[in-house]
Design a protein around this ligand. Structure first.
Ligand code: ANZ
Length: 938
């Protein structure tokens, strides 16, 4: 029977939609299971076959869990604010909302074609005002919260105010920007503005002066990874380090909890490692050093190796350290100033990455080593970062590589300290050229002991204390861009105030152009109606701003990560207008049980959403500390790029194997210009591809133009993308789904190779035909044989194991083996073929639904119980053959009853015991009576 995948797939996609098969109920007795994909950014290019890889895997798992009786939440949505739509708007004037809408429509069409079991009714879009209303609400909650270290959680700011009113800062342990000290009296008599200013020091969403990568040409701040070698990645414009007032999120308050929480998660180790590294906990001490000639100042350093203080021979300050101005001597000023100017062009990342080129300048001042009493020259260098620790280090060149390089370059003293701990000695840096110093009271101690002892000595002298530092910084939360969530803040007397939540959503205003204003304000500065009327509680005409009753609104928008930091919660209750998620639904759905997505989100999205989730838990809105219990990173699908070879300076293209003879340039060509699945270029199609190639001439080999092929990341810019729509058309969504899984282990990257598709398609046809006799659907009601059951139960065992271990590729090969075996023995029994269709349905749902309905069922196959393994069928029918040698039974050997006499004979002769009896002699005769006895004559 002809397997008409197109007709079948259309039919079932329509059925699922009409019957709302995958709509998830919130009230059932079934246990819940939450399977989530990292939602896509809907780009203009549409999906390529790399995108659905993770979605297919999660869809299989979701379907499998439904078969197992779980109430499965498997939603989809769009991360729909972002730069590409905005760039397109700048170029074309097209409103980003319009392009976003078009792109979403296209994505949805493509996703629906692949037959995902998403509950489409729960779709969310981060750019939709009904969604970002709640992103803004969370921002307001963060603004009105602080982190109490005594209770180790976020609390309402009203509690902090109460504390100030009663005790000032006494007994306060809070996460803060700057350490403040004041009395209750001082607080109570302070002006409102001063109070607000103080509170910003504690709020979890706060405004502060932050060093940012400022790109004047683009009129915006850039993220570190948007800057390459001091230039903007896009456009190559110069980027400067600039201090700007920015909104930030106090994620640093959660560093320890984010670190500890990792232990409870079932995540890939490399992912945990990168979060751990990012958080960067280090334990050490903060120590103050006196400065000669500056009795009122000290240099405070953070060190993880206080035990090496005897070997500290100079100090290095970050060029931005405020002390630099005070302590630089007039003679050194010019040199120091020019060095500061030079470093301001480098991003922090460049500074950290550049370990080879040490540079710096001498301030002319000296500090005193409190333990060795030696004079230590004070330098500045860009390897010391202002934002970490205290922005100053005691340099121990014998034990720290960067310090060592610096010492070599500036000809400074290198002193080694005696270390007993082997671990540390191994790490100890090259010190051939160093003097050894002994610190009597540290000698002979283990590393930990030495560290503890020196810290207590430091504390006793009152020059410092033990401390823990985290590398993770607070996250900048504002962008000078249009296509993002407006920040629900207005300014009165220079202080930020939140809008009342009743005014949310604060909608993104219309603007005439999407670029910064002439005054350098962000694009929202172009809006005509974007001011806050405090008395009437509404957004009004910008011209009405009088700073008395009508105030300016915040003009920057939220970063890309705002909306994605809580979307998993919104899916639980997507249409609620009164709350971001009802508590009982948040309790019912709880954590995401399985989250699948790309490893590029290791430290961004996955840290931010853990942080927001912890915050919402602290404030009592949800119950779980961690949002994503199990996480899998799918690998990348790589594309097979194709290249032509242009003879330099001409419009002549030479076929691959002749290219060596010429000076050529290798140029990407679109893989759709190849003939079929071969490497041969369709030269006419190539000429028609782009105007530059219209007059192309070709040097062929054997009458053909053969392209070069290379495996690269699949990407539109490399012209190697494969559109899943084309595959669905030709091989069906079921073919695409099976094939994507068949390509290899989910977590690995693997090249896309269209040639394998026909094999998978052949399997589907074979599977289909098991249920047909010629053109007629025909299954027999006869009881299957043991051998047939064995094939089925071997498959059940394998597939259950595979799915539970996320080994989807191996399941597909088991399907192929089982179907081949059943076909060989011409099995068409209902008791085999019914369960078979259920087992295969998570992978290939359309064909299985069709077969299920042909089998006479009227409900969807989706909720059918997954077949249960019966181990009895797997037990081999064995027979214990008596082995008789020269007429005497000497031994028994268990062998499968299905073996042929020749197979029995071979196995008997290979048996160790039998070989002992034979004592190396060749038997004269062997008689096998199948299922009875083996007689050997020697
Ligand atoms: C003396 C010393 C001796 C150090 C030694 C290391 C090894 P982690 O582990 O990343 O926390 N440091 C401190 N503040 C710095 C800053 N703002 N910029 C650059 N480097 C800074 O690193 C802590 C170590 O990095 C500190 O311990 C300090 O150097 C340096 F054998 O102090 B150490």
């Amino acid at each position: 029977m002809f397997y008409d995948h197109q007709q079948i797939e259309k039919k079932w996609q329509k059925y699922w939609e009409e019957n709302q098969t995958y709509k998830t109920s919130d009230s059932t007795d079934k246990p819940k299971f939450y399977v989530l994909d990292m939602f896509p950014y809907p780009s203009g290019a549409g999906l390529h076959v790399g995108h659905p890889l993770g979605y297919i895997a999660s869809d299989i798992y979701a379907r499998y869990k439904r078969h197992q009786g779980f109430n499965v939440l498997h939603p989809v949505g769009y991360d729909s604010f972002g730069l590409p739509a905005e760039q397109y708007a700048i170029q074309t004037g097209q409103h980003p909302a319009v392009t976003t809408e078009q792109n979403i429509t296209r994505y949805e069409e493509q996703l629906r074609k692949i037959g995902f079991s998403f509950d489409w009714s729960r779709e969310v879009r981060t750019s939709d005002p009904s969604y970002y209303k709640w992103t803004q609400w969370i921002f307001i909650e963060l603004f009105h919260s602080w982190y109490n270290k005594n209770t180790d959680k976020a609390e309402p700011i009203s509690k902090l105010i109460k504390h100030f009113e009663d005790k000032g800062t006494q007994d306060l342990h809070a996460n803060q920007t700057e350490e403040l000290h004041f009395t209750a009296e001082e607080w109570n008599t302070a002006s409102e503005i001063d109070k607000e200013d103080i509170l910003l020091n504690y709020r979890l969403a706060y405004r502060a002066e932050t060093t940012v990568n400022w790109c004047p040409a683009l009129g915006t701040v850039l993220a570190n990874d948007e800057v390459k070698d001091g230039k903007s990645e896009r456009g190559g414009f110069p980027v400067f380090q600039k201090k700007m007032m920015q909104w930030s999120m106090r994620i640093s308050a959660y560093s320890e909890r984010l670190l500890q929480g990792l232990k409870t998660l079932d995540w890939p180790q490399p992912l945990k490692d990168s979060q751990e590294y990012w958080i960067g906990k280090s334990q050490g001490a903060q120590v103050k050093f006196e400065i000669e000639g500056h009795p009122d100042e000290t240099i405070e350093v953070f060190t993880t190796r206080p035990d090496t203080i005897f070997g500290a021979t100079f100090m290095v300050l970050a060029p931005e350290n405020p002390l630099v101005e005070t302590i630089t001597t007039p003679e050194q000023k010019a040199e120091v100033d020019s060095y500061i100017e030079e470093t301001s062009k480098k991003t922090e990342r460049d500074r950290m990455a550049d370990v080879k080129n040490v540079s710096g300048a001498f301030t002319g001042s000296y500090a005193l080593n409190p333990f060795s009493n030696e004079r230590m020259p004070v330098y500045i260098s860009d390897y010391v970062l202002m934002g970490y620790g205290t922005g100053a280090v005691m340099a121990v060149p014998a034990h720290d590589e960067r310090d060592h390089r610096f010492a070599k370059k500036f000809n400074l003293e290198i002193k080694k300290v005696v270390e007993t701990d082997e671990d540390i000695q191994e790490k100890s840096f090259d010190s051939k050229d160093s003097v050894c110093v002994n610190s009597d009271f540290l000698n002979g101690l283990k590393y930990d002991e030495a560290k503890a002892l020196i810290i207590s000595a430091i504390e006793k002298r009152g020059i410092g204390h033990g401390t823990t530092n985290y590398r993770q910084r607070d996250a900048i939360f504002s962008r000078q861009r249009y296509w993002g969530e407006p920040v629900p803040i207005y300014y009165k007397d220079g202080m930020p105030y939140t809008l009342p939540t009743s005014a949310l959503p604060l909608e993104l205003p219309e603007v005439e152009k999407y670029l910064p204003t002439e005054d350098g304000d962000p694009p929202l500065g172009n809006a005509k109606t974007f001011a806050w009327d405090e008395a009437n509680q509404k957004v009004v005409d910008t011209n009405l701003i009088d700073d008395k009753t009508v105030f300016p609104l915040e003009l920057s928008t939220m970063p890309g990560w705002a909306g994605s930091s809580w979307y998993f919660l919104r899916y639980m209750d997507p249409h609620d207008e009164n709350v971001f998620v009802k508590k009982d639904l948040a309790d019912y759905w709880g954590q995401v049980d399985l989250y699948i997505g790309g490893s590029e989100h290791a430290t961004g999205h996955l840290l931010y959403s853990r942080f927001w989730n912890m915050f919402l838990k602290d404030r009592g809105y949800i119950d779980h500390n961690e949002p994503f219990q199990k996480l899998i990173n799918q690998g990348m699908i790589l594309g097979m790029s194709a290249f032509v070879y242009r003879i330099e300076g001409t419009n002549q293209y030479v076929s691959k194997n002749l290219a060596k003879e010429f000076q050529t340039q290798q140029i990407h060509v679109d893989v759709s210009l190849l003939k079929g699945t071969s490497d041969e270029l369709d030269t006419e199609a190539f000429k028609a591809w782009r105007p530059d190639y219209t007059d192309a001439e070709f040097i062929l080999e054997d009458g053909k133009y053969i392209t070069g092929r290379e495996v690269e990341k699949m990407s539109k810019s490399k012209y190697n993308v494969v559109n899943p729509d084309d595959i669905c058309e030709e091989y069906g969504a079921d073919g695409l789904r099976l094939y994507e899984m068949f390509l290899g282990p989910l977590e690995q990257s693997k090249p896309w190779n269209t040639q394998g598709l026909s094999g998978v398609y052949g399997f589907l046809k074979k599977f289909w035909n098991l249920y047909f006799n010629g053109e007629v659907f025909e299954v027999s009601e006869e009881e299957p044989t043991k051998a047939e059951y064995k094939i089925l139960h071997t498959l059940i065992k394998k597939v259950v194991y595979d799915i539970e271990n996320f080994s989807f590729n191996t399941s597909v090969s088991s399907f192929m083996i089982a179907v081949n075996e059943l076909q060989k023995i011409k099995c068409n029994k209902r008791n085999i073929l019914e369960p078979l269709s259920v087992i295969i349905s998570p992978y290939a749902p359309h064909i299985c639904e069709e077969l299920w309905s042909l089998l006479g069922h009227t409900a969807s196959i989706e909720f059918e119980k997954f077949p249960v393994l019966n181990e009895d069928y797997l037990v081999e029918d064995e027979f214990a053959y008596p082995i008789s040698i020269n007429g005497k039974t000497k031994h028994k050997l268990s062998l499968s009853a299905q073996l042929s006499p020749k197979e029995v004979e071979d196995l008997v002769l290979q048996d160790e015991k039998v070989q002992q009896f034979l004592e190396g002699k060749a038997p004269k005769k062997i008689i096998v009576v199948p299922g009875r006895i083996v007689n050997i004559v020697i």
